[in-house]
Design a binder for this molecule. Structure first.
Ligand code: ATP
Ligand code: MG
Length: 421
């Protein structure tokens, strides 16, 4: 137990960190193209925030939260997602006084007591967007386009964008009632979760994986939207079409809690199989009020970064990363070690990637190490040469080597490395 990480968590090893940084770089670049600024909120919050915001009838709150009492007897929860925290931060930091929409993004770890499997972990990472303060479908279209641009820039093709409208507190109650009437006769066959949600959140019946079959022929939300919601949905579809993005309307894509309104969407990447949802999002015009702010229209999405990386790996879309160092300093003799050590330090201060032997190894194994680290150059401190104020500079690729005055070495290497950059 001491030597294994908790179930559903894993170490991101140095070689993988490179792929994470690659992904994060693309995300940050595209967010800046769209004017979204990064926010970093704490990884834990008061439990109450999530109960209020995510909703007590959701899988996340019912089964998946990491909740504990801290030493001050406060109930704390490791964030299972970041929208609630951003909503809280928006209110706490008075971001509502800025020109709307306030456009934010985040990247970070989330925690859910999920059943671990490929693409599903207990600590995982999300990249997400929140746009607060704008009510119209144009911002909905904007964030969808941002998500699509991230995925396409990574090279993913054949993405499936599904959109829906979940209505609003005006039109939804009527629809809910129609759904309850429709599902009433199936009450006995439903899974336990759906049974318990039947009264409070019947829309969840539409996307329950277990009860999927009985939803065939259920009344569709699209036919039950009020004028405002219908216009909003039509507006979104027109903007997506104008931007050349193809989509599929899927009326079973639901959320069902009161503060979720209008647009809901998901982007799937089917080669991932069961864990094919790489991005989920929607409008939550009632959320800010729900957590104590003034009514504020808002929309956001979250992407699962592990799933993205799995997809990139599967499609061989991850680039090769350059692991070279610039210089390896070879110094097998103890007498010259201090000078060599100072040289390493000087070269690093000059901005070069430099390494050297720390274990007192032989000349031969130090040269091997230089090769292994794929050093571009080696500086060899030989007794003979050094007594004359010289070192040997070896180009590791061409195997060319020449005696070089020790005092010139930093300047020479600096210009050599820069030349090849
Ligand atoms: P699912 O139905 O797969 O459980 P979800 O509805 O719980 O997804 P959201 O809350 O919408 O997912 O989160 C947004 C995205 O975060 C998902 O589309 C997915 O890519 C990712 N995600 C969610 N839970 C996990 C997890 N346990 N491990 C890895 N990624 C996850
Ligand atoms: Mg889930």
């Amino acid at each position: 137990m001491l030597t294994t990480a908790p179930r559903g968590t894993s170490d991101i090893m140095p070689a993988e960190v490179k792929t994470w940084r690659y992904l994060e770089k693309i995300i940050r670049k595209i967010c800046s193209l769209y004017g979204y600024k990064e926010i970093r909120t704490p990884v834990f919050e008061h439990t109450e925030l999530f109960l209020r915001s995510i909703g007590e009838t959701t899988d996340v709150v019912e089964k998946e939260m990491y909740t504990f009492l801290d030493r001050g007897e406060r109930s704390i929860t490791l964030r299972p997602e970041n929208t609630a925290s951003v909503a809280r931060a928006y209110i706490e930091n008075k971001l509502y006084s800025e020109q709307p929409p306030v456009k934010l993004f985040y990247i970070g770890p989330m925690f859910r007591y999920d059943r671990p499997q490929a693409g599903r972990y207990r600590q995982f990472h999300q990249f997400g967007i929140e746009a607060l303060g704008a009510p119209g479908p144009n911002i909905d279209a904007e964030i969808i386009l941002l998500a699509v641009q991230v995925l396409e820039t990574l090279g993913l093709e054949n993405l499936k964008l599904k959109i829906n409208s979940v209505g609003c507190p005006r039109c939804r109650p009527v629809y809910r009632k129609k759904l309850q009437e429709f599902f009433w006769s199936h009450l006995k066959e439903m899974c336990i979760d759906c049974k318990s949600r039947f009264d409070r959140n019947p829309m969840r019946l539409l996307d329950c994986k277990k009860c999927h079959d009985m939803a065939a022929g259920a009344p569709s939300i699209e036919e039950n939207l009020c004028n405002e919601c219908r216009e909003h949905f039509v507006g979104l579809k027109e903007l997506l079409t104008a931007a050349g993005v193809s989509y599929e309307v899927d009326n079973s894509l639901v959320r069902g809690l009161d503060y979720y309104t209008k647009t809901a969407f998901e982007i799937q990447y089917s080669p991932l199989g069961t864990q094919s949802a790489v991005c989920g999002g929607g409008r939550y015009d009632g959320l800010i009020e729900q957590v104590g702010g003034d009514p504020t229209p808002a929309i956001g999405f979250a992407m699962g970064m592990e799933r993205l990386l799995l997809a990139l790996e599967k499609q061989k879309l991850l680039p090769e990363f350059d692991e070279n160092i610039d210089v390896f300093v070879v110094c097998p003799k103890e007498e010259t070690f201090k000078t060599a050590f100072a040289t390493v330090n000087n070269l690093r201060k000059a901005g070069l990637k430099v390494d050297h032997d720390c274990l007192g190894k032989s000349m031969k194994s130090q040269m091997k190490q230089a090769n292994k680290l794929r050093a571009k150059y080696a500086i060899i401190f030989g007794d003979d040469e050094f007594s004359r104020g010289m070192v040997v500079l070896r180009n590791m690729e061409s195997s060319e080597q020449k005696e070089t005055p020790f005092n010139d070495i930093t300047a020479i290497l600096q210009s050599e490395v820069r030349k090849n950059d």
